[in-house]
Every structure is written in structure tokens, then in C-alpha cells.
Design a binder for this molecule. Structure first.
Ligand code: 6PG
Length: 240
């Protein structure tokens, strides 16, 4: 099932994303001790992180019952400005009362295959699963080329493996990344895309128009739902 919600701007989009987190939290924690959320890197989520750390939201979230994961990581030290964990820690995790054991970062400072393998072990240990985990909620972004997480167009043989996470050298960025695989993302209960800005309008139109040559167009949780949180600029080429 797919929903599209268009906001006036990134601030309202981020508030809608926070509402999805709170709704999912209430639903999951009504029957389970904890929930699992995977977040993306890039710039769009930073507004959500700042919002969740604010006085208006910080007290509403049961941080001690939420485990946070990443959909991908750049293979750099956490101090590097490119580090997804580093940025999320600065904007959110350093400002909220969350137990350290609830934060499951991808160790981008290690050799890529080692970092990916350790992350898979951590995920399997948390979920107690031999196969793919079922994340309760995954926040995704989307690049102008239709990539999401670090699933870039033209490499589906790499990220379509039956693994939880894989290392991946992104030719055009000349850099290593570690990413959840497409099967791992599509095994989630709920996925929410956060996409903002006029530069994304064209790719939003292609993906929501059904272009399955793009990784973001292949995100479709079998047993779950996908919500597209767009601002007006990113939604300019679609009709709802
Ligand atoms: C990353 C993200 C990536 C991101 C998109 C959109 O590590 O960069 O996981 O998939 O979501 O590139 O990035 P922006 O939000 O900066 O546009």
C-alpha cells in the first residue's frame, strides 16, 4: 500500500515524519517491548533529527524502547563530515536520553566487508533472526538519480543479494559505502520516503510513475506500507 503526503515545505514534511514515528511507536509498543527504526543519511533527515531533539518532541518519544539502525553509511571515520552516524549523533543522539545499546551504527571506519559483516551480525543478534530482519520503520531519502540508501542505479546484482547489508564501491562517487540490501528494506513493516526540493521533482515523477529501473522504484515492502513525504517542490510533476 502506498500513500503520498505533500507538505508546504521541509519543516512541515519533517513534522509529518515525526508524526509517523510517533504513530508507529504507539502501535508497535502496544504489543512489543521495543521497536526498530532505520534512518538514512544525507541532508533531508537532519531537519527531522533536529525536530525530534527539540523540546516539542523529545519528551514524547520513548527513546529507551526504540533501537536505531542505519540504511547505509559512508566508509569514513565517525568524525568525518560525511559520516551518517556522525551527523545523526550530533543532531539527535547526543541530545536525547537514549541508551547507547539502542544505537546500532554501521562501523564505516573499518574495511568495508568487515563493517558490513559486523553490522549484519548486530542486526541478526538484535532481531534474533537467521534470515532478513523486519524493521518496524525505515526512513529513506532519494537522490536525483533515483538511488535510495546506497542502492545506486545499474548495480542491482550487488544489492539484490540475499544478505542484510553489503559493501559497495560507488564508481561515480569514487567511494565505498555499506548499505542495507533491497530485500532487507523490502522486508520492513513500514517505509517512509522523505523527499524535498525542486531538484527531486523529475525523479519523483519517474519513480511514482512506475519506473522500475530505479532503485527507489523497487522499494515496495511486501507486507507493509510505503509513505512518500514530499514537499510541494518535489511533488511538482505529479498529480494526486
Ligand atoms: C546517504 C543516504 C542517501 C540519501 C539520498 C538523498 O547516505 O546519502 O542514505 O540515500 O538519502 O542521497 O540525500 P539528501 O537528503 O541529501 O537529498
Amino acid at each position: 500500500m502506498q500513500h503520498i503526503l505533500v507538505s508546504s515545505n521541509l519543516e512541515e514534511l519533517s513534522r509529518n515524519a515525526a508524526a509517523i514515528l510517533l504513530d508507529s511507536m504507539r502501535e508497535v509498543l502496544a504489543s512489543r517491548d521495543c521497536m526498530s527504526v532505520a534512518v538514512s543519511g544525507g541532508s533531508t533527515p537532519t531537519h527531522l533529527f533536529a525536530l525530534l531533539a527539540s523540546d516539542a518532541y523529545r519528551g514524547q518519544v520513548k527513546w529507551e524502547r526504540i533501537h536505531f539502525f542505519w540504511v547505509d553509511e559512508r566508509c569514513v571515520p565517525v568524525e568525518d563530515k560525511e559520516s551518517n552516524f556522525g551527523n545523526a549523533h550530533r543532531m539527535l543522539f547526543s541530545r536525547i536520553p537514549i541508551p547507547p545499546e539502542n544505537i546500532h551504527r554501521i562501523r564505516g571506519e573499518l574495511a568495508p566487508e568487515e563493517g558490513a559483516g559486523l553490522y549484519e551480525e548486530d542486526v541478526r543478534r538484535h532481531f534474533g533472526c537467521a534470515g532478513l530482519p523486519v524493521f518496524d520503520l525505515i526512513f529513506l531519502g532519494m537522490g536525483e538519480d533515483g538511488h535510495t540508501a546506497s542502492l545506486f542505479p545499474g548495480y542491482d546484482e550487488i544489492w539484490n543479494q540475499d544478505r542484510i547489508a553489503v559493501p559497495f564501491f560507488v564508481e561515480r562517487l569514487k567511494s565505498w559505502r555499506i548499505t542495507l540490501t533491497l530485500p532487507a528494506i523490502n522486508n520492513a513493516s513500514r517505509v517512509a520516503f522523505l523527499v524535498s526540493g525542486a531538484s527531486k521533482a523529475g525523479i519523483v515523477g519517474r519513480v511514482l510513475g512506475g519506473d522500475k529501473t530505479l532503485p527507489a522504484g523497487l522499494i515496495s515492502p511486501a507486507g507493509g506500507e510505503t509513505t512518500w513525504l514530499l514537499d510541494r517542490e518535489a511533488a511538482a510533476t505529479i498529480t494526486i
